[in-house]
Design a protein around this ligand. Structure first.
Ligand code: ARG
Length: 575
Protein backbone atom coordinates (compact mmCIF):
# COMPACT_ATOMS: atom_id res chain seq x y z
CA UNK A 1 0.00 0.00 0.00
CA UNK A 2 1.49 3.26 -1.07
CA UNK A 3 -1.22 5.64 0.06
CA UNK A 4 0.82 8.20 2.02
CA UNK A 5 -1.96 8.85 4.48
CA UNK A 6 -2.17 5.17 5.36
CA UNK A 7 1.61 4.79 5.52
CA UNK A 8 1.85 7.79 7.81
CA UNK A 9 -0.98 6.57 9.98
CA UNK A 10 0.91 3.36 10.63
CA UNK A 11 4.17 5.19 11.34
CA UNK A 12 2.60 7.62 13.77
CA UNK A 13 0.76 4.79 15.51
CA UNK A 14 4.08 3.08 16.01
CA UNK A 15 5.51 6.27 17.43
CA UNK A 16 2.50 6.57 19.74
CA UNK A 17 3.09 3.08 21.06
CA UNK A 18 6.81 3.68 21.52
CA UNK A 19 6.39 6.97 23.31
CA UNK A 20 3.26 6.35 25.36
CA UNK A 21 2.72 2.62 25.55
CA UNK A 22 1.16 -0.03 23.35
CA UNK A 23 -2.37 0.85 24.50
CA UNK A 24 -2.09 3.84 22.16
CA UNK A 25 -1.11 1.82 19.11
CA UNK A 26 -4.63 1.87 17.67
CA UNK A 27 -5.37 5.53 18.26
CA UNK A 28 -6.32 7.50 15.18
CA UNK A 29 -3.40 9.88 14.57
CA UNK A 30 -5.83 12.25 12.77
CA UNK A 31 -3.72 12.78 9.68
CA UNK A 32 -5.09 15.29 7.22
CA UNK A 33 -3.68 16.98 4.13
CA UNK A 34 -2.33 20.35 5.15
CA UNK A 35 -1.57 23.65 3.53
CA UNK A 36 1.63 24.07 5.55
CA UNK A 37 3.13 20.69 4.76
CA UNK A 38 1.98 17.54 2.97
CA UNK A 39 0.08 16.35 6.01
CA UNK A 40 -0.70 17.35 9.53
CA UNK A 41 -1.24 14.96 12.44
CA UNK A 42 -3.38 16.35 15.23
CA UNK A 43 -3.30 13.47 17.66
CA UNK A 44 -1.03 15.21 20.17
CA UNK A 45 -3.76 17.64 21.14
CA UNK A 46 -6.38 15.08 22.04
CA UNK A 47 -3.86 12.74 23.63
CA UNK A 48 -2.39 15.52 25.76
CA UNK A 49 -5.78 16.12 27.31
CA UNK A 50 -6.10 12.50 28.31
CA UNK A 51 -2.52 12.31 29.57
CA UNK A 52 -2.82 15.70 31.28
CA UNK A 53 0.36 16.89 29.67
CA UNK A 54 1.24 19.87 27.54
CA UNK A 55 0.25 19.19 23.90
CA UNK A 56 3.50 20.56 22.58
CA UNK A 57 5.45 18.24 24.83
CA UNK A 58 3.43 15.26 23.58
CA UNK A 59 4.03 16.35 19.99
CA UNK A 60 7.79 16.70 20.63
CA UNK A 61 7.88 13.20 22.09
CA UNK A 62 6.13 11.83 19.00
CA UNK A 63 8.43 13.71 16.65
CA UNK A 64 11.44 12.28 18.50
CA UNK A 65 10.14 8.78 17.81
CA UNK A 66 9.65 9.49 14.14
CA UNK A 67 13.25 8.94 13.17
CA UNK A 68 14.05 6.67 10.28
CA UNK A 69 11.19 8.42 8.58
CA UNK A 70 10.97 9.20 4.86
CA UNK A 71 10.32 12.84 5.49
CA UNK A 72 10.54 15.83 7.75
CA UNK A 73 8.48 16.16 10.91
CA UNK A 74 8.03 19.52 12.60
CA UNK A 75 6.07 20.53 15.64
CA UNK A 76 4.07 23.67 15.05
CA UNK A 77 1.51 25.80 16.85
CA UNK A 78 -0.01 24.30 19.98
CA UNK A 79 1.17 20.80 19.05
CA UNK A 80 0.50 19.91 15.43
CA UNK A 81 2.88 17.61 13.64
CA UNK A 82 3.63 18.96 10.19
CA UNK A 83 4.81 16.20 7.94
CA UNK A 84 6.58 16.67 4.64
CA UNK A 85 7.52 13.57 2.69
CA UNK A 86 10.87 13.25 0.96
CA UNK A 87 10.77 13.64 -2.78
CA UNK A 88 12.82 10.48 -3.09
CA UNK A 89 10.22 8.47 -1.17
CA UNK A 90 7.35 9.77 -3.29
CA UNK A 91 9.34 9.12 -6.46
CA UNK A 92 10.25 5.57 -5.55
CA UNK A 93 6.69 4.72 -4.48
CA UNK A 94 5.40 6.18 -7.74
CA UNK A 95 7.97 4.21 -9.71
CA UNK A 96 6.84 1.05 -7.93
CA UNK A 97 3.25 1.88 -8.76
CA UNK A 98 4.13 2.28 -12.44
CA UNK A 99 5.65 -1.21 -12.45
CA UNK A 100 2.46 -2.61 -10.91
CA UNK A 101 -0.06 -3.46 -13.64
CA UNK A 102 -2.86 -2.75 -11.15
CA UNK A 103 -1.47 0.73 -10.45
CA UNK A 104 -1.57 0.28 -6.72
CA UNK A 105 -5.08 -1.17 -6.53
CA UNK A 106 -5.06 -4.21 -4.27
CA UNK A 107 -7.13 -7.36 -4.34
CA UNK A 108 -9.44 -8.46 -1.58
CA UNK A 109 -8.41 -11.67 0.14
CA UNK A 110 -10.41 -13.71 0.62
CA UNK A 111 -12.82 -12.44 -2.03
CA UNK A 112 -16.24 -11.56 -0.76
CA UNK A 113 -19.53 -12.25 -2.45
CA UNK A 114 -21.22 -8.97 -3.22
CA UNK A 115 -24.76 -9.09 -4.53
CA UNK A 116 -25.68 -5.87 -6.32
CA UNK A 117 -29.34 -5.20 -7.03
CA UNK A 118 -29.46 -2.46 -9.63
CA UNK A 119 -31.19 -1.01 -12.67
CA UNK A 120 -34.47 -2.86 -11.99
CA UNK A 121 -36.84 -1.07 -14.36
CA UNK A 122 -40.50 -1.96 -14.35
CA UNK A 123 -42.02 -3.62 -17.37
CA UNK A 124 -45.57 -2.90 -16.37
CA UNK A 125 -45.06 0.75 -15.71
CA UNK A 126 -43.06 3.33 -17.50
CA UNK A 127 -39.30 3.03 -17.39
CA UNK A 128 -38.23 6.48 -16.32
CA UNK A 129 -34.98 8.42 -16.14
CA UNK A 130 -34.58 7.46 -12.49
CA UNK A 131 -33.67 4.00 -13.71
CA UNK A 132 -30.86 5.50 -15.71
CA UNK A 133 -29.23 6.49 -12.46
CA UNK A 134 -29.75 3.21 -10.64
CA UNK A 135 -28.28 1.53 -13.72
CA UNK A 136 -25.22 3.75 -14.03
CA UNK A 137 -24.33 3.92 -10.34
CA UNK A 138 -24.96 0.21 -9.81
CA UNK A 139 -22.81 -0.70 -12.78
CA UNK A 140 -19.92 1.42 -11.51
CA UNK A 141 -20.11 -0.32 -8.13
CA UNK A 142 -20.18 -3.72 -9.83
CA UNK A 143 -17.08 -2.82 -11.83
CA UNK A 144 -15.24 -1.59 -8.75
CA UNK A 145 -15.97 -4.71 -6.71
CA UNK A 146 -15.08 -6.97 -9.58
CA UNK A 147 -11.80 -5.16 -10.10
CA UNK A 148 -10.97 -5.62 -6.42
CA UNK A 149 -11.41 -9.36 -6.89
CA UNK A 150 -14.74 -9.73 -5.15
CA UNK A 151 -17.20 -12.11 -6.63
CA UNK A 152 -20.03 -9.93 -7.86
CA UNK A 153 -23.52 -11.23 -8.47
CA UNK A 154 -25.64 -8.75 -10.38
CA UNK A 155 -29.37 -8.95 -9.76
CA UNK A 156 -31.64 -7.03 -12.06
CA UNK A 157 -34.81 -7.05 -9.96
CA UNK A 158 -37.15 -6.26 -12.87
CA UNK A 159 -40.70 -5.26 -12.08
CA UNK A 160 -42.12 -8.05 -14.21
CA UNK A 161 -45.11 -9.27 -12.22
CA UNK A 162 -48.32 -8.04 -10.67
CA UNK A 163 -51.91 -7.15 -11.46
CA UNK A 164 -51.17 -4.73 -14.36
CA UNK A 165 -50.08 -7.71 -16.43
CA UNK A 166 -53.71 -8.77 -16.82
CA UNK A 167 -54.57 -5.68 -18.82
CA UNK A 168 -51.22 -5.63 -20.60
CA UNK A 169 -51.75 -9.14 -21.91
CA UNK A 170 -55.33 -8.38 -22.98
CA UNK A 171 -54.13 -5.27 -24.79
CA UNK A 172 -51.42 -7.35 -26.46
CA UNK A 173 -54.07 -9.76 -27.72
CA UNK A 174 -56.24 -6.89 -28.95
CA UNK A 175 -53.57 -5.24 -31.07
CA UNK A 176 -51.97 -8.51 -32.11
CA UNK A 177 -48.73 -10.06 -30.98
CA UNK A 178 -46.69 -8.77 -33.86
CA UNK A 179 -47.71 -5.15 -33.45
CA UNK A 180 -47.25 -5.40 -29.70
CA UNK A 181 -43.77 -6.81 -29.99
CA UNK A 182 -42.77 -4.15 -32.50
CA UNK A 183 -44.02 -1.40 -30.18
CA UNK A 184 -42.34 -2.79 -27.10
CA UNK A 185 -39.04 -3.44 -28.82
CA UNK A 186 -39.09 0.15 -30.03
CA UNK A 187 -39.34 1.38 -26.46
CA UNK A 188 -43.00 2.33 -26.54
CA UNK A 189 -43.72 0.57 -23.26
CA UNK A 190 -45.18 3.70 -21.74
CA UNK A 191 -47.58 4.25 -24.64
CA UNK A 192 -48.49 0.58 -24.52
CA UNK A 193 -49.20 0.81 -20.82
CA UNK A 194 -51.22 3.99 -21.21
CA UNK A 195 -53.35 2.49 -23.99
CA UNK A 196 -54.07 -0.57 -21.87
CA UNK A 197 -54.86 1.61 -18.90
CA UNK A 198 -57.25 3.69 -20.99
CA UNK A 199 -59.14 0.59 -22.15
CA UNK A 200 -59.23 -0.69 -18.61
CA UNK A 201 -60.76 2.54 -17.31
CA UNK A 202 -63.24 3.05 -20.13
CA UNK A 203 -64.36 -0.41 -21.21
CA UNK A 204 -66.03 -2.66 -18.62
CA UNK A 205 -65.69 -5.70 -20.85
CA UNK A 206 -61.92 -5.14 -21.17
CA UNK A 207 -61.70 -4.62 -17.43
CA UNK A 208 -63.44 -7.92 -16.75
CA UNK A 209 -61.16 -9.75 -19.19
CA UNK A 210 -58.10 -8.17 -17.62
CA UNK A 211 -59.10 -9.25 -14.13
CA UNK A 212 -59.76 -12.78 -15.31
CA UNK A 213 -56.37 -12.74 -17.02
CA UNK A 214 -54.62 -11.88 -13.76
CA UNK A 215 -56.13 -14.99 -12.26
CA UNK A 216 -55.13 -17.27 -15.14
CA UNK A 217 -51.63 -15.78 -15.10
CA UNK A 218 -51.24 -16.40 -11.39
CA UNK A 219 -52.54 -19.92 -11.70
CA UNK A 220 -49.78 -20.61 -14.22
CA UNK A 221 -52.00 -21.22 -17.26
CA UNK A 222 -49.54 -22.14 -20.08
CA UNK A 223 -51.15 -19.98 -22.78
CA UNK A 224 -51.21 -16.94 -20.55
CA UNK A 225 -47.64 -17.55 -19.46
CA UNK A 226 -46.61 -17.71 -23.09
CA UNK A 227 -48.19 -14.31 -23.72
CA UNK A 228 -46.49 -12.94 -20.63
CA UNK A 229 -43.18 -14.19 -22.06
CA UNK A 230 -43.90 -12.54 -25.39
CA UNK A 231 -44.49 -9.27 -23.57
CA UNK A 232 -41.43 -9.63 -21.34
CA UNK A 233 -39.05 -10.75 -24.06
CA UNK A 234 -39.92 -7.73 -26.19
CA UNK A 235 -39.56 -5.43 -23.19
CA UNK A 236 -36.22 -6.94 -22.21
CA UNK A 237 -35.10 -6.59 -25.81
CA UNK A 238 -35.57 -2.83 -25.42
CA UNK A 239 -33.84 -2.74 -22.04
CA UNK A 240 -30.89 -4.52 -23.62
CA UNK A 241 -30.71 -1.92 -26.35
CA UNK A 242 -30.42 0.73 -23.68
CA UNK A 243 -27.82 -1.26 -21.76
CA UNK A 244 -25.71 -1.75 -24.82
CA UNK A 245 -26.02 1.92 -25.81
CA UNK A 246 -24.91 2.86 -22.30
CA UNK A 247 -22.22 0.22 -22.20
CA UNK A 248 -23.38 -1.29 -18.92
CA UNK A 249 -22.38 -4.81 -18.01
CA UNK A 250 -25.85 -6.26 -17.33
CA UNK A 251 -26.85 -9.29 -19.37
CA UNK A 252 -29.90 -11.56 -19.48
CA UNK A 253 -28.14 -13.85 -17.05
CA UNK A 254 -28.41 -11.12 -14.41
CA UNK A 255 -32.19 -10.86 -14.66
CA UNK A 256 -33.77 -11.89 -11.41
CA UNK A 257 -37.11 -10.17 -11.64
CA UNK A 258 -39.95 -10.19 -9.20
CA UNK A 259 -41.55 -13.13 -11.02
CA UNK A 260 -38.58 -15.31 -10.16
CA UNK A 261 -39.67 -15.30 -6.53
CA UNK A 262 -43.26 -16.42 -7.17
CA UNK A 263 -42.60 -20.05 -6.32
CA UNK A 264 -41.00 -19.01 -3.01
CA UNK A 265 -43.67 -16.68 -1.71
CA UNK A 266 -45.96 -19.22 0.02
CA UNK A 267 -43.02 -20.73 1.85
CA UNK A 268 -41.64 -17.31 2.70
CA UNK A 269 -44.89 -16.31 4.35
CA UNK A 270 -45.39 -19.66 6.08
CA UNK A 271 -41.87 -19.61 7.51
CA UNK A 272 -42.22 -16.07 8.76
CA UNK A 273 -45.53 -16.95 10.36
CA UNK A 274 -44.17 -20.13 11.93
CA UNK A 275 -41.26 -18.14 13.36
CA UNK A 276 -43.79 -15.82 14.94
CA UNK A 277 -42.41 -12.87 13.01
CA UNK A 278 -45.43 -12.51 10.73
CA UNK A 279 -48.86 -12.06 12.26
CA UNK A 280 -52.38 -11.60 10.93
CA UNK A 281 -53.66 -8.08 11.16
CA UNK A 282 -56.93 -6.92 9.65
CA UNK A 283 -57.01 -9.94 7.39
CA UNK A 284 -53.51 -9.43 6.02
CA UNK A 285 -50.31 -11.19 6.96
CA UNK A 286 -47.97 -8.53 8.29
CA UNK A 287 -44.49 -8.03 9.65
CA UNK A 288 -44.02 -5.50 12.41
CA UNK A 289 -40.26 -5.03 12.65
CA UNK A 290 -39.40 -3.32 15.93
CA UNK A 291 -38.77 0.39 15.91
CA UNK A 292 -41.12 1.43 13.12
CA UNK A 293 -44.18 3.41 14.00
CA UNK A 294 -46.59 5.48 11.96
CA UNK A 295 -47.77 9.00 12.67
CA UNK A 296 -50.37 7.60 15.06
CA UNK A 297 -47.59 5.87 17.08
CA UNK A 298 -49.00 2.51 16.03
CA UNK A 299 -46.53 -0.11 14.80
CA UNK A 300 -46.04 0.15 11.05
CA UNK A 301 -46.84 -3.02 9.09
CA UNK A 302 -44.98 -4.50 6.18
CA UNK A 303 -47.75 -6.41 4.40
CA UNK A 304 -46.50 -9.68 2.94
CA UNK A 305 -49.86 -11.24 2.05
CA UNK A 306 -52.85 -9.08 1.35
CA UNK A 307 -56.28 -10.00 2.69
CA UNK A 308 -57.25 -11.33 -0.77
CA UNK A 309 -54.26 -13.68 -0.63
CA UNK A 310 -52.24 -11.63 -3.14
CA UNK A 311 -48.55 -10.94 -2.86
CA UNK A 312 -46.78 -7.66 -3.47
CA UNK A 313 -43.48 -5.82 -3.52
CA UNK A 314 -42.68 -6.51 0.14
CA UNK A 315 -43.38 -10.24 -0.14
CA UNK A 316 -40.94 -10.46 -3.03
CA UNK A 317 -38.26 -8.53 -1.19
CA UNK A 318 -38.51 -10.81 1.83
CA UNK A 319 -38.08 -13.84 -0.42
CA UNK A 320 -35.26 -12.10 -2.27
CA UNK A 321 -33.25 -11.25 0.81
CA UNK A 322 -33.43 -14.81 2.06
CA UNK A 323 -32.44 -16.13 -1.36
CA UNK A 324 -29.48 -13.75 -1.55
CA UNK A 325 -28.14 -14.64 1.86
CA UNK A 326 -28.94 -18.34 1.84
CA UNK A 327 -28.61 -19.39 -1.80
CA UNK A 328 -26.28 -16.80 -3.28
CA UNK A 329 -24.21 -16.77 -0.06
CA UNK A 330 -23.85 -13.01 -0.08
CA UNK A 331 -21.44 -11.33 2.31
CA UNK A 332 -22.79 -7.99 1.29
CA UNK A 333 -25.97 -6.96 -0.54
CA UNK A 334 -26.20 -3.55 -2.15
CA UNK A 335 -29.63 -2.27 -3.18
CA UNK A 336 -29.08 0.55 -5.65
CA UNK A 337 -32.60 1.93 -5.58
CA UNK A 338 -34.38 5.29 -5.37
CA UNK A 339 -34.10 7.16 -2.08
CA UNK A 340 -37.89 7.30 -1.84
CA UNK A 341 -37.83 3.59 -0.94
CA UNK A 342 -35.65 4.10 2.13
CA UNK A 343 -38.36 3.18 4.63
CA UNK A 344 -39.28 0.04 2.69
CA UNK A 345 -35.71 -1.23 2.80
CA UNK A 346 -35.12 -0.34 6.42
CA UNK A 347 -38.19 -2.36 7.28
CA UNK A 348 -37.23 -5.28 5.04
CA UNK A 349 -33.73 -5.40 6.57
CA UNK A 350 -35.08 -5.14 10.11
CA UNK A 351 -37.67 -7.86 9.49
CA UNK A 352 -35.06 -10.12 7.92
CA UNK A 353 -32.84 -9.64 10.96
CA UNK A 354 -35.74 -10.39 13.24
CA UNK A 355 -36.42 -13.60 11.32
CA UNK A 356 -32.77 -14.58 11.57
CA UNK A 357 -32.40 -14.40 7.79
CA UNK A 358 -29.83 -11.64 7.86
CA UNK A 359 -26.98 -12.63 10.19
CA UNK A 360 -24.58 -9.99 11.55
CA UNK A 361 -21.91 -11.27 9.19
CA UNK A 362 -23.91 -10.12 6.18
CA UNK A 363 -24.57 -6.50 5.52
CA UNK A 364 -27.56 -5.28 3.55
CA UNK A 365 -27.22 -1.69 2.40
CA UNK A 366 -29.55 0.62 0.55
CA UNK A 367 -27.48 2.76 -1.82
CA UNK A 368 -30.01 5.55 -2.11
CA UNK A 369 -30.41 7.19 -5.49
CA UNK A 370 -31.63 10.77 -5.44
CA UNK A 371 -34.30 11.95 -7.79
CA UNK A 372 -33.42 13.17 -11.25
CA UNK A 373 -34.71 16.69 -11.81
CA UNK A 374 -35.24 18.80 -14.88
CA UNK A 375 -33.62 22.21 -15.27
CA UNK A 376 -36.79 23.66 -13.75
CA UNK A 377 -36.01 21.85 -10.50
CA UNK A 378 -38.97 19.49 -10.82
CA UNK A 379 -39.15 15.83 -11.64
CA UNK A 380 -37.59 15.31 -15.06
CA UNK A 381 -40.14 15.43 -17.91
CA UNK A 382 -40.20 16.39 -21.57
CA UNK A 383 -41.31 19.86 -22.53
CA UNK A 384 -44.82 18.62 -23.19
CA UNK A 385 -44.88 17.19 -19.70
CA UNK A 386 -44.67 13.55 -20.66
CA UNK A 387 -42.10 11.25 -19.28
CA UNK A 388 -39.05 10.84 -21.43
CA UNK A 389 -38.33 7.84 -23.60
CA UNK A 390 -34.87 6.82 -22.50
CA UNK A 391 -33.54 5.81 -25.89
CA UNK A 392 -34.50 9.23 -27.27
CA UNK A 393 -32.72 10.87 -24.38
CA UNK A 394 -29.55 8.86 -24.98
CA UNK A 395 -29.72 9.51 -28.72
CA UNK A 396 -30.09 13.20 -28.03
CA UNK A 397 -26.95 13.04 -25.90
CA UNK A 398 -25.03 11.51 -28.80
CA UNK A 399 -26.40 14.07 -31.29
CA UNK A 400 -25.55 16.94 -29.02
CA UNK A 401 -22.10 15.47 -28.41
CA UNK A 402 -21.57 15.31 -32.13
CA UNK A 403 -22.51 18.98 -32.45
CA UNK A 404 -20.28 19.96 -29.53
CA UNK A 405 -17.37 18.12 -31.11
CA UNK A 406 -18.02 19.82 -34.45
CA UNK A 407 -17.90 23.17 -32.71
CA UNK A 408 -14.44 22.34 -31.50
CA UNK A 409 -13.30 21.84 -35.05
CA UNK A 410 -12.96 18.09 -35.29
CA UNK A 411 -13.30 16.56 -38.72
CA UNK A 412 -16.23 14.44 -39.86
CA UNK A 413 -14.50 11.10 -39.36
CA UNK A 414 -13.43 11.85 -35.77
CA UNK A 415 -16.91 13.09 -35.01
CA UNK A 416 -18.52 9.90 -36.13
CA UNK A 417 -15.98 7.89 -34.22
CA UNK A 418 -16.21 9.59 -30.87
CA UNK A 419 -19.70 11.09 -30.63
CA UNK A 420 -21.14 7.94 -29.09
CA UNK A 421 -18.41 7.73 -26.46
CA UNK A 422 -18.60 11.43 -25.66
CA UNK A 423 -22.39 11.43 -25.42
CA UNK A 424 -22.61 8.36 -23.21
CA UNK A 425 -19.55 9.44 -21.24
CA UNK A 426 -21.22 12.78 -20.55
CA UNK A 427 -24.46 11.22 -19.33
CA UNK A 428 -22.74 8.62 -17.18
CA UNK A 429 -20.09 10.87 -15.74
CA UNK A 430 -22.69 13.49 -14.81
CA UNK A 431 -24.52 10.85 -12.78
CA UNK A 432 -21.35 9.62 -11.16
CA UNK A 433 -19.91 12.99 -10.25
CA UNK A 434 -22.60 13.95 -7.76
CA UNK A 435 -23.22 11.98 -4.62
CA UNK A 436 -25.72 9.28 -5.42
CA UNK A 437 -28.21 10.26 -2.76
CA UNK A 438 -28.54 13.90 -3.67
CA UNK A 439 -31.07 15.12 -6.18
CA UNK A 440 -29.53 15.85 -9.48
CA UNK A 441 -30.42 18.16 -12.35
CA UNK A 442 -30.23 16.58 -15.76
CA UNK A 443 -28.75 19.28 -17.95
CA UNK A 444 -27.30 18.48 -21.37
CA UNK A 445 -25.53 21.83 -21.68
CA UNK A 446 -23.63 21.39 -18.46
CA UNK A 447 -22.72 17.73 -18.87
CA UNK A 448 -21.42 18.25 -22.42
CA UNK A 449 -19.01 21.06 -21.52
CA UNK A 450 -15.36 20.40 -22.29
CA UNK A 451 -14.25 22.22 -19.16
CA UNK A 452 -14.89 21.52 -15.50
CA UNK A 453 -15.76 18.23 -13.88
CA UNK A 454 -17.49 16.64 -16.88
CA UNK A 455 -17.19 13.45 -18.88
CA UNK A 456 -15.93 15.15 -22.04
CA UNK A 457 -13.24 16.99 -20.07
CA UNK A 458 -12.05 13.78 -18.45
CA UNK A 459 -12.01 12.00 -21.80
CA UNK A 460 -10.14 14.88 -23.36
CA UNK A 461 -7.58 14.96 -20.55
CA UNK A 462 -6.94 11.26 -21.02
CA UNK A 463 -6.72 11.46 -24.78
CA UNK A 464 -4.31 14.36 -24.44
CA UNK A 465 -1.82 12.22 -22.52
CA UNK A 466 -2.09 9.56 -25.22
CA UNK A 467 -1.28 12.18 -27.82
CA UNK A 468 1.87 13.11 -25.88
CA UNK A 469 3.03 9.54 -26.35
CA UNK A 470 2.20 9.62 -30.04
CA UNK A 471 4.35 12.71 -30.36
CA UNK A 472 7.13 11.07 -28.35
CA UNK A 473 6.90 8.13 -30.71
CA UNK A 474 6.54 5.49 -27.97
CA UNK A 475 3.76 3.46 -26.39
CA UNK A 476 2.82 4.41 -22.83
CA UNK A 477 3.90 0.93 -21.72
CA UNK A 478 7.41 1.69 -22.95
CA UNK A 479 7.75 4.56 -20.50
CA UNK A 480 8.63 2.21 -17.69
CA UNK A 481 11.69 3.91 -16.26
CA UNK A 482 12.06 5.66 -12.95
CA UNK A 483 9.93 8.58 -11.89
CA UNK A 484 12.20 11.33 -10.59
CA UNK A 485 10.86 14.51 -9.08
CA UNK A 486 12.21 18.00 -9.51
CA UNK A 487 9.49 20.59 -10.03
CA UNK A 488 6.74 21.23 -7.46
CA UNK A 489 4.09 20.39 -10.06
CA UNK A 490 5.65 16.96 -10.62
CA UNK A 491 5.76 16.34 -6.92
CA UNK A 492 2.13 17.37 -6.35
CA UNK A 493 0.95 15.11 -9.16
CA UNK A 494 2.97 12.10 -8.00
CA UNK A 495 1.86 12.50 -4.37
CA UNK A 496 -1.75 12.58 -5.51
CA UNK A 497 -1.36 9.52 -7.74
CA UNK A 498 -0.15 7.47 -4.77
CA UNK A 499 -3.60 7.66 -3.23
CA UNK A 500 -5.35 5.82 -6.05
CA UNK A 501 -5.45 2.33 -4.56
CA UNK A 502 -6.76 3.50 -1.20
CA UNK A 503 -9.37 5.57 -2.95
CA UNK A 504 -10.75 2.62 -4.90
CA UNK A 505 -10.96 0.67 -1.62
CA UNK A 506 -12.90 3.53 -0.14
CA UNK A 507 -15.34 3.64 -3.06
CA UNK A 508 -16.05 -0.05 -2.54
CA UNK A 509 -16.43 0.36 1.21
CA UNK A 510 -18.67 3.39 1.09
CA UNK A 511 -20.44 2.81 -2.25
CA UNK A 512 -19.64 6.33 -3.37
CA UNK A 513 -18.40 6.49 -6.94
CA UNK A 514 -18.48 10.28 -6.92
CA UNK A 515 -15.39 10.32 -4.70
CA UNK A 516 -13.58 8.53 -7.52
CA UNK A 517 -14.81 11.11 -10.05
CA UNK A 518 -13.59 13.92 -7.80
CA UNK A 519 -10.23 12.20 -7.42
CA UNK A 520 -9.86 11.71 -11.18
CA UNK A 521 -10.84 15.29 -11.85
CA UNK A 522 -8.14 16.45 -9.47
CA UNK A 523 -5.70 14.10 -11.19
CA UNK A 524 -6.51 15.75 -14.52
CA UNK A 525 -6.14 19.22 -13.02
CA UNK A 526 -2.79 18.42 -11.43
CA UNK A 527 -1.66 16.91 -14.69
CA UNK A 528 -2.67 20.06 -16.53
CA UNK A 529 -0.53 22.19 -14.22
CA UNK A 530 2.35 19.77 -14.54
CA UNK A 531 2.12 19.82 -18.31
CA UNK A 532 2.06 23.61 -18.42
CA UNK A 533 5.07 23.92 -16.17
CA UNK A 534 7.13 20.93 -17.18
CA UNK A 535 7.74 20.42 -20.90
CA UNK A 536 7.94 16.76 -21.86
CA UNK A 537 8.46 16.31 -25.59
CA UNK A 538 9.45 19.88 -26.41
CA UNK A 539 12.78 20.63 -27.95
CA UNK A 540 15.50 21.39 -25.43
CA UNK A 541 14.32 18.88 -22.85
CA UNK A 542 17.19 16.52 -22.20
CA UNK A 543 16.65 12.81 -22.74
CA UNK A 544 16.79 11.94 -19.06
CA UNK A 545 14.22 14.50 -17.96
CA UNK A 546 12.02 13.53 -20.85
CA UNK A 547 12.13 9.87 -19.78
CA UNK A 548 11.30 10.74 -16.15
CA UNK A 549 8.42 12.91 -17.23
CA UNK A 550 7.09 10.38 -19.71
CA UNK A 551 7.06 7.85 -16.89
CA UNK A 552 4.98 10.24 -14.81
CA UNK A 553 2.67 10.76 -17.81
CA UNK A 554 2.33 7.00 -18.17
CA UNK A 555 1.36 6.58 -14.53
CA UNK A 556 -1.17 9.40 -14.78
CA UNK A 557 -2.64 7.85 -17.91
CA UNK A 558 -2.93 4.46 -16.21
CA UNK A 559 -4.73 5.96 -13.23
CA UNK A 560 -7.14 7.92 -15.44
CA UNK A 561 -7.86 4.96 -17.71
CA UNK A 562 -8.31 2.55 -14.84
CA UNK A 563 -10.45 4.99 -12.91
CA UNK A 564 -12.70 5.91 -15.83
CA UNK A 565 -12.95 2.22 -16.67
CA UNK A 566 -14.17 1.54 -13.13
CA UNK A 567 -16.80 4.21 -13.56
CA UNK A 568 -17.80 2.70 -16.89
CA UNK A 569 -16.95 5.87 -18.77
CA UNK A 570 -15.58 5.07 -22.24
CA UNK A 571 -12.43 6.85 -23.38
CA UNK A 572 -11.92 7.49 -27.10
CA UNK A 573 -8.39 6.89 -28.33
CA UNK A 574 -8.07 10.43 -29.72
CA UNK A 575 -9.96 13.59 -29.11
N1 ARG B 1 -38.52 -1.98 -9.74
C1 ARG B 1 -38.31 -1.14 -8.60
C2 ARG B 1 -38.55 0.32 -8.95
O1 ARG B 1 -38.53 0.67 -10.11
C3 ARG B 1 -36.93 -1.26 -8.03
C4 ARG B 1 -36.58 -2.61 -7.48
C5 ARG B 1 -35.43 -2.53 -6.55
N2 ARG B 1 -35.04 -3.77 -5.94
C6 ARG B 1 -35.71 -4.39 -4.99
N3 ARG B 1 -35.19 -5.51 -4.51
N4 ARG B 1 -36.83 -3.93 -4.47
O2 ARG B 1 -38.74 1.12 -8.09
Amino acid sequence: MTDPQIVLTERVQQALANAFGSEHADADPLIRPSQFADFQANVALSLAKRLRRAPREVAEALAAELTDFPGKVEVSGPGFLNITLDDSWIASEATGMLKDPRAGVGTVTPPRTVVIDYSAPNAAKEMHVGHLRTTIVGDALARVHEHLGNSVIRQNHLGDWGTPFGMLIEHLLDIGEETAVAQLEAGMGTEFYQAARHEFDSDPEFKARSRARVTTLQSGDPDTLRLWHVFMDATIHYFNKLYSMLGVTLTDADIAGESMYNPMLDQTCDDLQAAGVAVMSEGALCLFPPGFTGTDDKPLPLIIRKSDGGYGYASTDMAAIRYRVHDLKADRILYVVGADQALHFRMVFAAAQQAGWLPDTVSAEHVQIGMMLGKDGRRFKTRSGESVKLMDLLQEAVDRASAAIAERGYDEATRAEIAQAVGMGAVKYADLSVSHDSEYVFDFDRMLKFTGNTGPYMQYATARIRSIFRRAGIEPAQADGAIVLGEPAERALALHLLRFGALVDQVARESEPHTLSAYLFETASLFSTFYEECPVVKEGVDAETRAHRLALCALTLRVLETGLGLLGVPVPERM
